[in-house]
Design a protein around this ligand. Structure first.
Ligand code: RP5
Length: 170
């Protein structure tokens, strides 16, 4: 069966600044490898609040399944997204220059009751992507099967790592 491009699950990756992009590339690559559609955009909660709000308000009608929102410093983008949509929002705290990303982490993770943001580790775009895929995989068997294979490959790699380490230790 051929799946039309407009039927593929769609993930949004929004970031507060283009300076966040290098930290997000790994995650974007994973999403692409799994064959979901990815839309990437700079959209700041502070510098372009109207754009951020419009994006979040229209995310359901624009057929997104999950929003991944990355920001650094006083990182409000994920929270703003979550306040304006019923879609799951995954926040990525970006490592900032003064507090190594702890400021971003706390800004994203400490959401008030009623407005959850699933927060991953600092700069952990790979985990954000995998979590988004796991959410999609609940109702998409193709993605769920690919995730099963991903875990098998990961386990096989760890086995190889261990074998190599054991060789070095003898
Ligand atoms: C945040 O401020 C961005 O997400 C970025 O992590 C940080 C710094 O932005 P730039 O000054 O590099 O544009 O809004």
């Amino acid at each position: 069966m051929v799946i039309e491009a407009n039927q593929l699950p769609k993930v949004a990756v929004v970031m507060g600044s283009d300076s966040d992009f290098p930290a997000l590339e790994k995650g974007i690559n994973i999403l692409n490898e799994f064959g979901v559609k990815v839309e990437v955009m700079v959209c700041s909660a502070h510098r372009t609040p109207e754009l951020a709000a419009e994006f979040a308000r229209n995310a359901v009608s624009n057929r997104f399944s999950v929003i991944i929102a990355a920001a650094g410093k006083s990182a409000h983008l994920a929270g703003v997204m979550a306040s304006l949509t019923t879609l799951p929002v995954i926040g990525i705290p970006i490592k900032s220059s003064f507090m190594d990303g702890l400021d971003s982490l706390l800004s994203i993770v400490q959401m008030p009751d009623g407005v959850p943001v699933a927060t991953v580790g600092i700069n952990s775009s790979k985990n954000a992507a995998l979590l988004a895929l796991q959410m999609i995989g609940i109702s998409n068997s193709d993605i769920s099967q690919k995730l099963t294979q991903y875990k098998k490959d990961m386990a096989a790699n760890v086995k190889i790592m261990n074998e190599k380490l054991q060789e070095k230790l003898v």
